[in-house]
Design a protein around this ligand. Structure first.
Ligand code: FEO
Ligand code: CA
Ligand code: CA
Ligand code: CA
Length: 692
């Protein structure tokens, strides 16, 4: 490969975050309004723009300014709120400690080499904690909340932050007048800005040098997951490096394909004529821990790992187009033929699944459970239904894709772990149709039923699962605003669906009511009769996110939510052992919301419903992942993902961030150390329940 590649903003690319729209002539977007409110440009000339801004403030906001701290009657939470904002460090509520527990490069085994970021190797990385921690699960050992296995997904890698000497800065072209501004003559605010703001020099862009084989192999070893024993000693968590179950899973770990699509010709490759033996798992985003104590890893944006062009007229062309394969964000295909679709056209069908790992046996072969469908799986949280079947909630994170659930055919046996180990191979996958009247129907993806027949190209259940998206299209599932994590709540029988954003929607529906949904929303489902295995239920919107003081945003946080308590872009979430909802975000930034991402506590019951308050916030450039409370609620694990990835829109830095010039060196703040994604353990000073 000789061309230079430029992909510093891999989060945006691979997560289908809101990039430029397809229609250059559309009207002023939410992004323009927000840019005027939060951008450096906006702050600098804030007084001049005051008149225009005030026109956008809602009457409610004018009558009563947001309280400085959330003050909801009947709230399930009681803690001093963190002040929203932006800086190089993380911040937790007063009275709590935030301990950095595991950083990228930390040893997972007693014999792991010391982290040496200037001389990293694939072999070292395979023994060390991986990059970009996302899902975090805690599996208690012997029922303890102070000793257990931490299971952590490593979603992807940011080369410009990981590797020295590979970034060059390239001048951007001179600024030109954006199409929006040309067409916005009737728009006083935009016209005022254009008159008052001198053209700013364009921000230079990061260009990453092409990968060599060693770098590609380090990236592959930094993907996957970590299983590591941890223990609380004298109030502090420590990794147990000689833990017998400790394990790294990577993009090369041998895996078995199981369930209805296992062995299908569409999964067979030159290296694996059985169609049952895959190497590795990639882009593991959120995930879950099953009631029987296995670790499930959701394969999300797998399309980014494939390069090349399918042979002319190949049978998988339409399938791959529906999933955006190949996307060529990674260069592994230059060194490993299986990631080049021109050489190994079936390999992409072997990714996009949910992987189950038996954490008790570090030699066990992880299983790709095809019964749960193939799409850009975000998470896989589960709950036992009244009849003992187990229900997994699954999001497909792409604009206009669907919410799913999987109901096992067999029932969970709490007394016999072995009897549960293949529950995920048989059951029914459903896609959700959200009806305008507030009903939700779960549509079964079963071969031979409805349109899922040979006439429509589905020869078997394997075809239905390999092309889950096309099957759900045919059934008429409701296109959503990027379904992320979904969590069932056993305490109130409801289910919380994080919908992160979508500014390309041209037609609203009542479950996705904003056309220009820059900040996302949360849908709450009540399954019929409180039975999570039910095939219908009702739904309502818990909250529309964004700044409540800007009328056009249409945010619906309760009025008790403070100026620190609102957020945009819900992504991961957790329901704690008392049924309280915690929401973590991906996409808040100086320009978008004037704040970094964080972890927010969200009331869902009574008078306080819809009240949110900020508990923890991440350093500049990071997104907030994980959130995982221990069963005793004395510890909350959170994952700080891609810290330092950005800084252009932060006044204190104001330029691109990369290995040699980072917007933060969290968490070490050592000039010889790069910024490092890390899992943080939050505890209350003096002990006690997190969140009050
Ligand atoms: Fe990896 Fe949809 O977040
Ligand atoms: Ca996510
Ligand atoms: Ca979760
Ligand atoms: Ca994310």
């Amino acid at each position: 490969m000789t061309e230079q590649s430029s992909h510093p903003f891999r989060t945006s690319q691979l997560e289908a975050a809101d990039g430029p729209g397809l229609n250059p002539t559309r009207n002023r977007t939410m992004g323009d309004i927000i840019a005027a409110r939060f951008s450096r440009r906006g702050f600098l000339k804030g007084s001049m723009a005051a008149t225009a801004i005030s026109a956008t403030v809602s009457p409610a906001a004018l009558m009563s300014a947001r309280p400085a701290a959330a003050q909801a009657e009947g709230s399930a939470f009681d803690f001093p709120e963190v002040t929203a904002g932006v800086d190089a460090d993380h911040h937790v509520a007063e009275g709590y400690d935030a301990q950095v527990l595991l950083r990228w490069g930390d040893p997972v085994f007693a014999d792991a080499p010391d982290f040496d970021p200037r001389n990293q190797s694939p072999e070292a990385q395979e023994r060390q904690f991986g990059y970009n921690n996302d899902f975090v699960g805690f599996i208690p050992l012997e029922g303890s909340s102070e000793h257990g296995l931490l299971v952590v997904n490593h979603e992807y890698t940011n080369e410009h932050l990981m590797f020295p000497g590979i970034v060059s800065l390239q001048s951007a072209p001179e600024p030109t007048v954006a199409p929006d501004e040309e067409t916005a003559e009737a728009d006083e605010q935009t016209a005022t800005e254009a008159e008052l703001t001198p053209a700013e020099p364009a921000m230079p862009e990061i260009v990453v040098a092409p990968a060599d084989a060693a770098r590609a192999n380090i990236e592959m070893a930094a993907h996957g997951g970590t299983i590591i024993e941890i223990r609380k000693e004298d109030g502090r968590w420590v990794p147990v490096l000689d833990g017998a179950r400790n394990r790294r899973i990577t993009a090369t770990t041998p895996m078995e394909v199981t369930g209805p699509a296992a062995g299908h010709p569409r999964l067979q490759t030159a290296a694996d004529p059985t169609g049952r033996a895959v190497l590795g798992t990639i882009n593991n985003c959120a995930g879950g821990v099953t009631p029987w104590g296995t670790y499930v890893m959701a394969e999300e944006n797998f399309h980014g790992y494939f390069i090349g062009t399918l042979p002319e007229g190949h049978a998988e062309a339409a399938n791959y187009e529906r999933y955006g394969v190949p996307d060529s964000s990674y260069e592994w295909g230059h060194f490993h033929d299986r990631f080049d679709v021109s050489k190994e056209p079936n390999e992409p069908n072997r990714f996009g699944w949910v992987v189950e790992v038996d954490v008790d046996d570090p030699q066990s072969t992880p299983k790709k459970r095809t019964a749960l469908g193939r799409f850009k799986h975000e998470g896989a949280e589960s709950i036992v239904a009244p009849d003992g079947r187990v229900v997994f909630y699954l999001g497909d994170d792409e604009r206009f894709d669907y919410v799913y659930k999987f109901v096992t055919a067999g029932t969970y046996d709490p007394e016999d772990r072995a009897a549960n180990m293949d529950l995920l191979d048989e059951g029914t996958l459903y896609a959700a149709r959200f009806d305008e009247g507030g009903g939700v129907e779960w549509l079964p993806l079963v071969h031979g039923e409805g349109p899922l027949t040979a006439e429509n190209g589905f020869e078997s259940q394997a075809d239905v699962l390999i092309e889950t998206r096309r099957a759900a299209d045919a059934l008429g599932a409701t296109p959503m605003d990027r379904p992320e994590d979904i969590e069932p709540n056993g305490a109130n029988g409801r289910v919380y669906v994080m919908l992160t954003n979508n500014t390309e929607r041209e037609e609203a529906n009542s479950a996705n009511p904003r056309i220009d949904n820059a900040f996302g929303h949360i849908v709450e489902i009540a399954e019929e009769g409180g039975d999570f295995a039910a095939t219908r239920g009702t739904w309502e919107i818990l909250v529309q996110c964004g700044d409540p003081s800007i009328a056009e945003v249409g945010a619906t946080f309760s009025t008790a939510t403070s100026e620190n308590g609102w957020f945009g872009m819900p992504d991961n979430c957790a329901v704690d052992s008392e049924g309280r909802l915690w929401v973590s975000t991906d996409g808040n930034s100086p320009a978008a919301t004037g704040r970094t991402d964080g972890l927010w506590a969200m009331d869902v019951e009574g008078a306080a419903r819809g009240t949110s308050r900020l508990f923890y916030r991440v350093p500049i450039g990071a997104e907030m992942c994980g959130p995982c409370p221990t069963p005793d609620l004395a510890t909350f694990f959170v994952a700080v993902q891609h810290p330092g990835d950005g800084g252009e829109d932060w006044d204190e830095f104001g330029r691109p961030s990369y290995y040699e010039d980072l917007s933060t060196r969290w968490p070490d703040f050592d000039d010889d150390m790069p910024v490092r994604p890390a899992v943080v353990a939050i505890t209350r000073q003096g002990g006690g329940r997190i969140g009050g």
